[in-house]
Design a protein around this ligand. Structure first.
Ligand SMILES: NC(=O)c1ccc[n+]([C@@H]2O[C@H](COP(=O)([O-])OP(=O)(O)OC[C@H]3O[C@@H](n4cnc5c(N)ncnc54)[C@H](OP(=O)(O)O)[C@@H]3O)[C@@H](O)[C@H]2O)c1
Length: 327
């Protein structure tokens, strides 16, 4: 089978498509023929070696990509909760060597949920990390309630666009922050107001918020203080060590400075989380925006583009999509 792999940490051009042996599932695992994968910033951060000192992360050679949707073609170790022919979606452990940008991969059963009827494979593949983080942040961490005021920073990105959709469903008043090219897109997601960070300083917006979800980690809790109502919550997504530490410090200090709170959102994924996302997608509450569909040969270019930090919605990888002929 074909898989996008890399043999050393480095820039996007370390990625190449290789012919590798079909993996064999062990007990508690299944082999999934992948119909669609989706990209996340985690993929390029792993490839660049940002997590190389985290002991559980396997060093290259390894595959790239975690999120996937497809069909089970083999079950390891006898009968289990999943069966051959079932359509599933989920996310691989980022610690292992397997990657979802491949024609097939082995996945632990507890990392998969059924694709609901009416949800396409490419939409399901967009959900796990980005949708999971947005819904966990707003539903669980913030317990966002109808009528609350929410600021979403990075509202056009993979995480942010799901956050705007979920927050509108929850009945919040949503202000989205994005760059000039994405203003119409974020308004189209249902945001009540959109702030273009290039032309308007969000800190001077004149509004206060019950919750700030800084999906892009662009604001930082200290600067966000002045936008938070008393008791308000700042949520960052720990996009870098610096931002994770800054929000961690905020978690300790924020209550003493203005009676606010701060927290890093760390996705707690798995079958139960994916089932909730599948249900939200089946009901049309989460509608993944696929900005671009690429084949395996285009993954390196797509990761390079994502690395600029200005993605809109999601990029989907279709392993069966062949490169376009030149000319
Ligand atoms: N902790 C966790 O469990 C977890 C889970 C998922 C993601 N994350 C992290 O969350 C971050 C976002 O992930 P993603 O999938 O949404 O990435 P993405 O799809 O690449 O989106 C990034 C977004 O950031 C926006 N942005 C860049 N600079 C900005 C600024 N100064 N102000 C406001 N927005 C700005 C971009 O919008 P414009 O193009 O409009 O500038 C872009 O839409 C990444 O660092 C990722 O690693 C963490």
């Amino acid at each position: 089978m074909r898989a996008v792999t890399y043999d050393r940490y480095g820039p996007p051009d370390v990625l190449h498509v290789a012919e590798v042996a079909d993996p064999v599932p062990a007990a508690g695992e299944v082999l999934v023929r992948i119909e669609a994968a989706s990209l996340n910033p985690l993929d390029w951060k792993l490839r660049e070696g940002h997590l190389r000192f985290a002991p559980p992360v396997k060093a290259p050679p390894r595959g790239t990509g975690t999120d996937l949707a497809g069909t089970i073609v083999a079950v390891g170790g006898g009968p289990g909760p999943r069966h051959v022919g079932e359509r599933v979606f989920g996310s691989l452990s980022p610690f292992g060597r397997a990657g979802s940008c491949a024609e097939a991969c082995v996945v632990a059963v507890h990392r998969l949920a059924p694709v609901p009827d009416g949800v396409a494979a490419d939409a399901a593949a967009c959900l796990p990390i980005a949708g999971g983080t947005a819904v966990q942040a707003l539903a669980d961490d913030a317990q966002l309630a109808s009528g609350q005021r929410l600021l979403v920073v990075g509202a056009a990105g993979g995480v942010g666009h799901f956050a705007v959709q979920y927050a509108k469903h929850a009945g919040a008043r949503v202000v989205g922050v994005c760059g000039p090219d994405n203003v119409a897109f974020v308004a189209g997601l249902g945001a009540d107001r959109v702030i273009d960070y290039r032309s308007t300083d969000v800190l001077a917006s004149g509004e206060t918020f019950d919750v700030i979800f800084d999906a892009a980690n662009a604001l930082d809790w200290r600067r966000a203080q002045r936008l938070l109502a008393r008791g308000g919550l700042y949520l960052g997504t720990a996009g870098s060590t610096t931002s994770a530490i800054a929000t961690g410090v905020g978690a300790v200090l924020a209550p003493w400075f203005g009676g606010t709170r701060a927290r890093n959102v760390v996705l707690n994924g798995g079958a139960a989380a994916w089932r909730r996302l599948g249900d939200l997608a089946a009901r049309g509450i989460l509608a993944p925006h696929v900005e671009r569909r690429v084949g395996l040969e285009e993954v390196a270019g797509a990761q390079a583009a994502m690395q600029t930090g200005h993605g809109r919605g999601k990029v989907v990888v279709l392993p069966q999509l062949m490169p376009r002929a030149a000319g």
